[in-house]
Design a protein around this ligand. Structure first.
Ligand SMILES: [Zn+2]
Length: 417
């Protein structure tokens, strides 16, 4: 099999890997980079495997609406990806870019096959639960007597609402393991300590009647965060406070979560409406906020939407807090600048950041120890490290190079399995 790294090599964003045998050609993910609107990827694929519904893995699919490949991924990946693509079409058309319309999104939805097992000419594809977000999958590709395992984004640790990936289920001794490395160089504190740290930050801001801004991705992280805060208020861990979500997209996705309880932990499944909240209100506009308040809103990187608007409004007041729960922030994103440079530009003005900016990584990726554990258990002949900045990829490479051949390919590089 020929493996070609089309995107997400030595960086996070725009994941896409072509795999081909003599008879067919597939893409593992077809993602977008947030700062690049146009799709540079080839379009001649028989099938696209979408690991999960984050746009850096699925955001370029509209470019295939005229090509009719089979799109493979879980039900919730299909439903959420479709909603994210509709949203993308809307945002682009507001900017005057009419590359695609709602019909293109509908075509992609119709091409979808929501199965865990797919046979193509000379090629068998199998999907396994990946942790990370609801419906995320690890993919194995079997062809010509060789096996490739592609992690997409994954984690082994459980989170409050989702079980981590069960590594024992994955095929052992693959010829090639292609793994993400977002946190390839980082050993994280146990999750319960991070959550305690998160609540401490909330409590200290609440005690001085400050506002807390929590920029969050609409899919999964928003529902997980909202449920966490709602539960903490029910349990008395946090006092009563105005808590809001602002994201129509997140609100719609929350509906899928209530309808698909089987995807989540046993505790979630026991509850009738596990993602219906008692202490958190959904708002449509930032103008409806009654301060002081905690607001969970999109975009997750703070580069648009309510999170950018509130960041600009609240950053100059030292009573306020901004809590970042993604460990990875794109270079030059307003949140990264707010944290590291303590200033960013908004609407032509320079905003000087006086609020506390706390980064507590709760993003559902494997850390270095989990990545090592994956390699130790799977025993791949060769490991290809993708989806991580070069420092992260190299730090991981150093730790696993005694167990497996390692390569950190550049974009465009071809590997033969
Ligand atoms: Zn992801």
């Amino acid at each position: 099999m020929k493996i070609e790294l089309l995107g997400g090599a030595r960086e996070v964003g725009g994941s896409c890997i072509a795999v081909e045998n003599g008879c067919c050609k597939i893409a593992l993910d077809y993602g977008v980079k947030i700062e690049e609107a146009s799709n540079q990827f080839p379009k001649n694929f028989d099938a696209i495997i979408v690991s999960h519904a984050h746009l850096d893995h699925s955001g370029n699919l509209l470019g295939l609406s005229e090509k009719n490949p089979v799109v493979v991924g879980s039900d919730i990946t299909r439903d959420v990806t479709t909603d994210l693509l509709y949203d993308m079409v809307k945002i682009q058309s507001q900017k005057g870019n009419n590359f695609f319309d709602d019909q293109d999104v509908g075509k992609i939805k119709d091409l979808w096959l929501t199965r865990d097992c797919v046979a193509l000419p000379g090629m068998a594809i199998q999907l396994y639960p990946a942790g990370h977000v609801a419906g995320a999958k690890i993919t194995s590709v079997h062809s010509e007597g060789k096996e490739i395992v592609y992690t997409g984004d994954f984690c082994i640790h459980d989170t409050e609402i989702l079980e981590g990936c069960n590594v024992d289920l994955l095929p052992k001794e693959p010829d090639v393991l292609i793994t993400e490395s977002t946190y390839g160089g980082i050993v994280r504190s146990p999750r319960n300590e991070l959550i305690d740290q998160f609540f401490r930050q909330m409590l200290s801001t609440m005690s001085r009647k400050g506002n807390v801004l929590i920029p969050t991705f609409a899919f999964h992280r928003s529902q997980e965060m909202t449920r966490r805060i709602d539960q903490a208020m029910k349990d008395g861990v946090l006092p009563r406070y105005n808590v809001y979500t602002i994201s129509n997209l997140a609100h719609r996705i929350t509906g899928y979560f209530n309808e698909n309880k089987q995807l989540f932990t046993e505790e979630v499944q026991k509850q009738e409406q596990p993602f219906e909240y008692r202490h958190v209100k959904h708002l449509y506009r930032t103008g409806q906020i009654k301060e002081p308040a905690v607001v969970i809103c999109t975009s997750g990187f703070g580069h648009a939407g309510a999170s950018l608007h509130l960041l600009a409004q609240w950053a100059e007041d030292e009573a306020n807090s901004i809590i970042l729960t993604s460990g990875y922030l794109p270079p030059d994103s307003p949140l990264k600048l707010a944290k590291e440079n303590r200033s960013f530009k908004y609407d032509g003005d320079t905003i000087s950041v006086q609020a506390e900016v706390e980064q507590i990584e709760l993003s559902g990726h494997a850390d270095q120890l989990e990545l090592i554990q994956l390699v130790r258990k799977l025993k791949p002949k060769r490991t290809v490290i993708v989806h991580g900045d070069i420092e992260q990829a190299e730090a991981l490479s150093e730790k696993i190079s005694e167990m497996t051949d390692v390569c950190i390919p550049e974009k465009g590089e071809v590997i033969v399995a």
